[in-house]
Design a protein around this ligand. Structure first.
Ligand SMILES: C[S@@+](CC[C@H](N)C(=O)[O-])C[C@H]1O[C@@H](n2cnc3c(N)ncnc32)[C@H](O)[C@@H]1O
Length: 171
């Protein structure tokens, strides 16, 4: 949020307005609704605008202890082609994966608009998913993190860098 001056009924007021940019985060072929529920919760807490799944492998809606669907939408894409044909215009896709050649998250400059894509609990981002990405990032960890935890790290990193650079507050 940013503060700005706005005229309302002839009176000038300082109001909070949303800054430019947005982001979403999702998982390719997620195995469990619990992980999507946890990711959703973190997403609401860390300022994401939407969460999505691509070809998830569970049969029911994600468990969600803070009713995050009241705050941000959860989109479900049937497969990567469905996702690719409905991606928002001019928004870089950032793969999050322990892949060779991935950029270190620690020094990554997050795009103003971004969609982050994580791999499944029991695998990695597919070759097709990686080919759709404009960036791929990884962060240092002794072992691979749980997918929802990895997503939380990435969202926190984005928030921390925005806070440091622009003093932007999430809530
Ligand atoms: C539990 S890991 C998947 C298992 C892992 N690919 C393997 O084969 O052992 C789930 C997902 O979390 C993300 N992830 C976990 N740790 C990561 C790290 N240090 N850097 C980037 N992504 C990470 C990736 O998106 C990964 O596909």
């Amino acid at each position: 949020m940013e503060e700005c001056e706005r005229e309302e009924e002839g009176v000038s007021k300082r109001v909070q307005v949303r800054g430019r940019g947005f982001f979403g985060i999702g998982v390719e072929r997620s195995k469990t609704p619990e992980n999507v529920g946890t990711l959703l919760r973190s997403a609401v807490c860390l300022g994401a605008d939407f969460v999505f799944t691509i070809g998830h492998r569970f049969g029911r809606q994600a468990s969600d202890t803070v009713a995050s669907w009241r705050h941000i939408p959860l989109y479900t894409y049937a497969d990567l082609e469905d996702f690719a044909s409905h991606r928002p215009f001019d928004v870089p896709l950032v793969g999050v994966e322990l892949a060779d050649g991935a950029a270190p998250l620690e020094t990554f400059e997050h795009p103003e608009r971004a969609v982050y894509l994580l791999g499944p609990e029991d695998g990695s981002l597919s070759g097709r998913a990686l080919s759709l990405c404009q960036h791929v990032v990884k962060f240092q960890s002794a072992y691979c993190l749980n997918v929802a935890s990895a997503g939380t790290v990435v969202m926190y990193d984005r928030q921390a860098k925005l806070l440091g650079r622009e003093g932007v507050r999430i809530a």
